[in-house]
Write a protein that binds this ligand. Sequence first.
Ligand SMILES: [Mg+2]
Length: 566
Amino acid sequence: MTLPAKLSGAPRRERVPGVECLFLPQSESIELYASRSKSGHPKTESVVGYLEGFRKERRLLIVLFVIAGLVSLYFAGVGSKLMGSALLHALPPFGVALALFSVLIAIEVYRSMSQKLINLYGVHAMVRHQNRVDPLTGALSRVRFLETYRETLAKHSKRGSVALVVFDVDHFKHLNDSFGHPAGDQVLEFCVQAAQSSFHDTTIGRLGGDEFALFIAHDEEISDSYLASACDAFLAKLREGLFLSGRRFGVSASIGIAMSPRDDTSLQVLMSYADMALYQSKRTGRARWTVFAPDLLGDVRHERFLERELRAAILLKQLSVHYQPIVDQDGKLNSLEALVRWDHPVRGRISPDSFIPIAEKSSLIHDLGLSVLAQVCRDLPSLPDVPVNVNVSARQFRLGDFQRDYMGVLNKYSVDASRIVLEITESFSLETSERFIGQITDLREAGFRIALDDFGLGYSEFNQLRQLPFDIIKIDKSYIQNIGLDRVTDVFVNAVVQVAVHLDRSVVAEGIEGPDDRIRAAAAGCRLFQGYHFLAPSPAAEIARIYCSADHGQHGCCAPGHAEVA
Ligand SMILES: [Mg+2]
């Protein structure tokens, strides 16, 4: 980014009689330096300190002159007594004259120093103003803009929203090099005018060079459509251009937008988010605007962002639970799987595939599991009287006292553990340690049934089927959907079914999306089925409407018509 010569030059000198002042236009803070030395080696200091020192010196000088006057009067009086008649008449008038002279000098020094002080105050005020407003474009200086933006964020922290829009002129260096700095300056002025007329009730600041920022504060949520139309109007005005050297010259800018409190409430974070959005605009072709979204963050920052939001969503009970039926070969409802849904108030629905892996990396997965279980317990009275499967990450068994926490939730809602099936999600290798097997055994003894979820995915081992005390195997949909199409899949599914039959376990075929999937899964020996072919995950009320209606009766009622395909 190239600074226009006008602002990137050396510190400017301001002449004040008797004092030489310098100020630095690019300084972050308001800085004015005053030199008081005549030796050629100027001593410089902050003007605020200089003014204070100047005032002290002025007071000191006056005191010294007054003392000198009093001493003169005193000696005149004493001398006239001690030295006899010869000096009796001479000294008093001399002492009085000396005293008067001292006072006159003091007045003159005071007047002169006061004038310098007034001049310095004037320069200081001018510099302060110039440091608050960019003299070229009339936009606020960076320092002043950030001060104003910070105050506005604080004011709207509890109500309304503040949109931060940062933009810079595309190819400004090329423009400066080709047409010269005066043309560059005109373009910057033009951009600020275009921004002022496109974004109403806005405050614009120059962050440096060709980079500007503005903010819009409303008492209500600022809609994306409002920002979109303002940005489009701004870009259109820039395209219309200005006259440079007698011909019209179109301009474009890249824009990035961040919103408070939607994206964050910290000035630094919002500035960096808007900056990321601006660079996304540059990456995708310039002359456009981008609203910040978390996927602009790097993987780690994205995860942190989602983790923080998810933590808040759990606390605020913003997560909901949907249910997907598991039916038997006659289409009768066997059980329901509880699936968490996160409808973010601003970002819409966030896929579990995005947030479950992030929760699994922290203790949040346990809080999430407990939150879902509590919601299931609240929904149970309105659901068909069948077991409800809740997903559990194997990692939860290493976090806290799993059984105590889960039983605590069930006791709170007076729910029997026999209503709950724990689907242990196999997102990483299940350990077959004695401790883990002991935990599973204890849970079964407490009344839970255990399902091995997504079997076949990732780290599945037949060894687990033999060693782990589970009740149900759920074969991953990637296998079910390839039955009959891939010989290895056929062998794998048949082997799992054979082992399950041998161990007296149930097998659920996941991911049944059409009648063919169901027929092939049944042919492979599966007797329980789950998938969109029967019903998409649905809210408890919808499940109740379908399965608890007068037509279907209570628990054990038939699945919807298309599930009757045998
Ligand atoms: Mg599951």
